[in-house]
Design a protein around this ligand. Structure first.
Ligand code: ATP
Length: 377
């Protein structure tokens, strides 16, 4: 079966700068695909090309195997939900949902039937007569999606649709959106700069940076098997140590960090040589804590230090530890056993992790950190 959406070498140049640079991907029917990246990386530009609001400079866009480059936006089998939902505030819910069907000239009875069915599916039966400005933020979201879904698009594009909601509602709507996608069994393409949205909802996530896709994979792939320094730094939290390779033996390397520490890490098959500049990433939860160095004897990397901050967050509590000899702080997840519940700032502590947990990448000059607003014009 042809993918619902396929972009082939999609490129968009605005005078002097390339906003989308040779991006290729395909989205399987009925799946939830997210494009995740920092502000200005080119996400919206991709969406606008798919919707037909912007012509690509090069490349092709195919929906169900057919190129849509010469198809005007209103004839493309795609629909778009925006951050500001663009519902008509003076119309009631039913008229909002039925708007596109009326424009398409469907008979009144059929519109009413489709609107009722959509209200059922979004879990809001019987509210057709309510004014949209009387609805909660979450209800408006669902109405905006229903308004698109009654038109039965092959692909629904969602441009940061949760951006305007408060945090609590956003958490709730993540789960709701995933359920709605399954309910309508339609391909969703979702763009966001919020990794927790992308990771929770998506079957596949593309991490985008500076106009290019760095990696496409499941949330687990991106978190546990990042392929680039940018992905390792952007998805989830990590300690990051820049430095230089001092020794390599098989997959194990010794890194002299810029703040003078010697740490063991792993190449994970990447071509690295002695003398190369690299960045090592270690997840806070990969680091163990003990009061006595002997308890961590099994680890290649052990650091004695002082607790500088306690970041209490229930089960996800963390501490920051400063090395006895200086250097930056190390972020460490506390075990959930509660064994370190009485730890205080200033306490002496030992942290340790195995070399295999130190994921090393060649330094790219981008430091694996999210870009600020781009300005390569
Ligand atoms: P955000 O999350 O902030 O919306 P984004 O990832 O969606 O960012 P885009 O809006 O696609 O990013 O923009 C990508 C780059 O292209 C930016 O540097 C932007 O300034 C530039 N750009 C976008 N539209 C135009 C335009 N019409 N003319 C010139 N440059 C543009």
């Amino acid at each position: 079966m042809a993918p619902d959406l396929e972009c082939v070498s999609l490129t968009k140049r605005f005078d002097g700068m390339t906003a989308v640079d040779d991006v290729s991907f395909s989205v399987a029917p009925g799946s939830f695909f997210s494009i995740l990246g920092p502000s200005g990386c080119g996400k919206t530009t991709i969406m606008r090309m798919i919707a037909g609001f912007l012509d690509p400079s090069a490349g092709d866009i195919r929906i169900k195997g057919r190129s849509v480059l010469n198809v005007p936006p209103n004839k493309r089998p795609v629909n778009m939900v925006f951050q500001h939902l663009a519902l008509f505030p003076m119309m009631n819910v039913a008229d909002n949902i039925g708007y596109g069907l009326r424009r398409a000239g469907l008979p009144k009875a059929e519109i009413a039937r489709k609107v009722d069915e959509a209200l059922e599916r979004i879990g809001l039966p019987g509210i057709g007569a309510r004014r949209v400005d009387e609805l909660s933020g979450g209800q408006k979201q669902r109405v905006a999606i229903a308004r698109c879904m009654v038109l039965e698009p092959d692909v629904l594009l969602l441009d940061e649709p949760l951006g305007a909601l408060d945090l609590k509602l956003r958490e709730h709507m993540k789960i709701e959106l995933k359920k709605l996608q399954a309910e309508f069994d339609t391909t969703f393409v979702y763009i966001t700069h919020d990794q927790s949205e992308a990771l929770v909802m998506s079957d596949q996530v593309a991490v985008m940076n500076r106009g290019r896709f760095e990696q496409v994979g499941t949330a687990r792939d991106l978190y546990y098997r990042p392929e680039t320094a940018f992905v390792a730094g952007f998805v989830g939290d990590s300690n990051r140590w820049p430095g230089r390779v001092e020794r390599i033996e098989g997959e194990t390397l010794a890194l002299r960090t810029d703040d003078g520490m010697l740490m063991l890490g792993a190449t994970h098959g990447r071509a690295l040589s002695v003398g190369d500049r690299v960045q090592m990433f270690v997840r806070p939860e990969a680091i163990r804590v003990a009061r006595d160095a002997a308890e961590l004897a099994r680890f290649d990397n052990r650091i004695e230090g002082t607790v500088t901050s306690l970041l209490f967050n229930g089960a996800a509590s963390r501490i920051l530890v400063r090395h006895a000899t200086g250097g930056g702080e190390i972020e460490v997840a506390l075990p959930q056993s509660g064994e370190f519940a009485d730890l205080g700032e200033g306490d002496r502590i030992v942290v340790g992790w195995s070399g295999a947990q130190g994921n090393c990448f060649p330094a790219t000059g981008q430091d694996g950190a999210p870009d600020a607003e781009r300005s390569d014009a």
